[in-house]
Design a protein around this ligand. Structure first.
Ligand SMILES: O=P(O)(O)OC[C@H]1O[C@H](OP(=O)(O)OP(=O)(O)O)[C@H](O)[C@@H]1O
Ligand SMILES: NC(=O)CC[C@H](N)C(=O)O
Length: 630
């Protein structure tokens, strides 16, 4: 894993449970929460490079004073941009009021970002363009405090169009068709209705302004969330703050997207990755809990919190790609799982190199694959230990042979270096090819020319661009006899529709391999068949039952597809032989037993909407359309 750069969306929520003055006194700074939030966000930069945003709510400020503050940025270093602006605000605000720097009441009445509820977001867009307007947190404003809503999420819905249609059928007139706005408007609509319901209930009993407080005390967010989310189909960890300071994080019923929380008497915090909470608050890992799928963590206006069931749970299918690639590998469980992934590849790799360890060099593609590489080496050591034992048991007579067996070590080298600390995977398509070709460098004079085989491990092969445009050509200059690429993830065959931007069929090198195989074996009539079934199904009222695209992979074995992938990614002038070895789905599940979500490898989607998306992705590619299928 690179030390902190870029990927998918990340969330960070902090609720201060005590009065602001408490933190100023205890930590001797008015910026305790700013600091904690910035650490939590820095540690999740791996999740989003398109932009970032921070929102803050003050709970107890008098009418006429601003209580919601927000900064969003799409600058190249959005976090630096946002947090330096917040620091500047403090500096400016305190310039002529140094004596007020530790006075919570004065600060809250005069300075932004001095509230008790904080929401941070790192964006990697799956919907809409990369503009600041599409950065989270988004805001739904009203003059009634309890109707204000601030939202940010790591999510993607498969049925945004339907959700949008429902808003229109309710009589709303949304000004844009961005998924975050659609989801927020939906929740906002039911928050409005809940306000109205509580208002009707108490209007004869209390008068305003007391009535407003009564409404805030009686709003049932569990009910709001149930009514809003029951027709969501997707993967989500959605955070919301209400204008009166209550907050929530709801997680999808299959637990697709990650969401963790920690609470003590000072704070309640939520993040997409455990490691963000660990880094900011240094608590034990077992104190960091997972939000139960289908439930919401709700923190009320007074800072009391609990998990509430919202939707019926589905079979738990948490995203395994988080473990293979997205999340920070410093989380101890992820670290261990990545090592296992590397280790489990060993039998296939040994077969591929014909057990010839003397003439094989093992290496990896930086950065995420580094941990899997360590596991792979452990696997090799275990294999060698067995061989040694066997040799001794079988009784080798000559000292020289025994010496050789005992002292043999696998040849491990760092052949590839990554010059830029950034994730190419999530770089905009148009720039990616260029970036990939210039980002890596190689070590010369280690490989024995035309003798050695190089085994190089990567965490995943998606488009195959990293290999084709850079790694293979570079390695070939070292003149190995053969290059074996090992992928710690299985073949990526189907789109993701739950928050990872892998949505176009032709982007997948595995799919392009299958297209070639179909053509070569005169099976391409299957394409039309699948297309007809897909478009017919999409046109029906219930297009959710079957993933027809699976049928295109069925005629071929995994090995046949791997072989074809090797042919496709092979640069024109390559001299070395080349082969590709992929993790099996079975071993993936062995390595990551708590994260069984594998739809991009198997086509088994955890929500019905996934089938619609894959059929649509295929029909788009068949029709030559280069658009996302959701
Ligand atoms: O087959 P492709 O479509 O080219 O994508 C796969 C590559 O993209 C990622 O690297 P990235 O540079 O994003 O990140 P990393 O340094 O964290 O591994 C991943 O680790 C693979 O190397
Ligand atoms: N990766 C994500 O979670 C994306 C969130 C949301 N769909 C957006 O595009 O802004």
């Amino acid at each position: 894993m690179s030390d902190a750069i870029k990927h998918e969306c990340g969330i960070a929520l902090i609720r201060l449970r005590k009065p602001y003055q408490y933190y100023i006194d205890k930590y001797e700074t008015p910026m305790y929460a700013v600091h904690k939030l910035s650490v939590m966000m820095e540690k999740q930069v791996n999740r989003g490079q398109d932009g970032a945003g921070v929102a803050n709510i003050k709970i107890e400020v008098p009418p006429g004073k601003r209580y919601i503050s927000r900064y969003r940025s799409v600058e190249p270093q959005p976090l630096t941009d946002i947090f330096s602006k917040i620091h500047k605000k403090f500096r400016k605000g305190l310039k002529n009021h140094r004596d007020r720097a530790m006075d919570a009441k004065w600060l809250q009445e005069n300075l932004a970002f001095t509230g008790e509820v904080w929401l941070g977001h790192l964006r990697y867009g799956t919907h809409g363009t990369n503009e600041v307007e599409n950065c989270h947190p988004m805001l739904r404003q009203s003059n009634w405090r309890s109707r204000n809503l601030v939202m940010a999420g790591n999510f993607n819905m498969t049925n945004v169009d339907e959700l949008f249609g429902k808003l229109v059928s309710l009589g709303q007139h949304p000004k844009e068709k961005v998924d975050t706005v659609t989801v927020m408007e939906k929740i906002g609509h039911f928050l409005d209705e809940e306000n109205q319901r509580v208002f009707e209930r108490f209007k004869g009993v209390y008068e305003n302004p007391t009535l407003s407080d009564v409404i805030e005390d009686n709003i049932d967010l569990q009910r709001v969330l149930y009514r809003s989310c029951r027709d969501f189909d997707g993967g989500y960890a959605m955070c919301g703050l209400t204008g009166y300071g209550a907050s929530f994080v709801i997680r999808d019923p299959a637990g697709i997207r990650p969401a963790y929380y920690y609470a003590d008497d000072e704070v309640v915090v939520v993040a997409s990755e455990k490691q963000a909470i660990k880094a900011a608050f240094n608590v034990d890992y077992d104190q960091i809990l997972e939000i139960t799928p289908g439930s919401a963590l709700i923190v009320d206006k007074n800072g009391e919190y609990n998990e509430f069931p919202i939707l019926p749970k589905l079979e738990k299918r948490s995203c395994s790609f988080e473990r293979i690639y997205f999340s920070r590998g410093t989380d101890p469980n992820i670290y261990y799982e990545r090592k296992q992934l590397g280790k489990l590849l060993i039998p296939q790799i040994l077969k591929e190199i014909d057990y010839d360890l003397e003439n094989t060099i093992f290496s990896y593609i930086p950065n995420t694959a580094e941990t899997a590489f360590l596991g792979m080496i452990e696997g090799l050591e275990e294999y060698l230990a067995k061989k040694r034992k066997q040799a001794i048991m079988e009784g080798i007579l000559f000292e020289e042979d025994l010496e050789k067996v005992l002292s043999f070590r696998p040849r491990i080298e760092k052949l590839v270096t990554k010059d830029v600390k950034s994730r190419t995977f999530i770089t905009a398509d148009a720039l990616r090819d260029d970036m990939v070709s210039s980002v890596y460098d190689t070590t010369f004079e280690v490989v024995r020319k035309n003798v050695d085989t190089v085994v190089i491990i990567d965490d995943s092969i998606v488009r195959g661009t990293t290999l084709e445009k850079s790694i293979l050509t570079m390695l070939d200059r070292l003149k190995p006899k053969k290059i074996v690429v090992a992928s710690s993830a299985p073949q990526i065959r189907f789109p993701d529709c739950y928050g990872i931007d892998m949505s176009k069929m032709k982007d997948f090198v595995a799919f392009r391999a299958v297209l070639k195989l179909l053509e070569e074996r005169d099976l391409d009539y299957l394409l039309e068949d699948v297309y007809t079934k897909s478009v017919t199904s999409i046109a029906t009222k219930n297009p959710y039952h079957t993933n027809f695209v699976k049928a295109l992979y069925e005629p071929f074995t995994d090995e046949e597809i791997s072989q074809k992938i090797a042919e496709i990614i092979r640069p024109k002038d390559l001299n070395a032989e080349i082969s590709v070895v992929f993790q099996t789905v079975e071993n993936l599940h062995k390595a990551c037993p708590e994260h069984l979500g594998d739809w991009y490898f198997t086509g088994n989607y955890p929500t019905q909407g996934g089938n619609k998306v894959v059929n649509k992705a295929f029909s788009n590619s068949y029709e030559g359309k280069l658009e996302r299928a959701y």
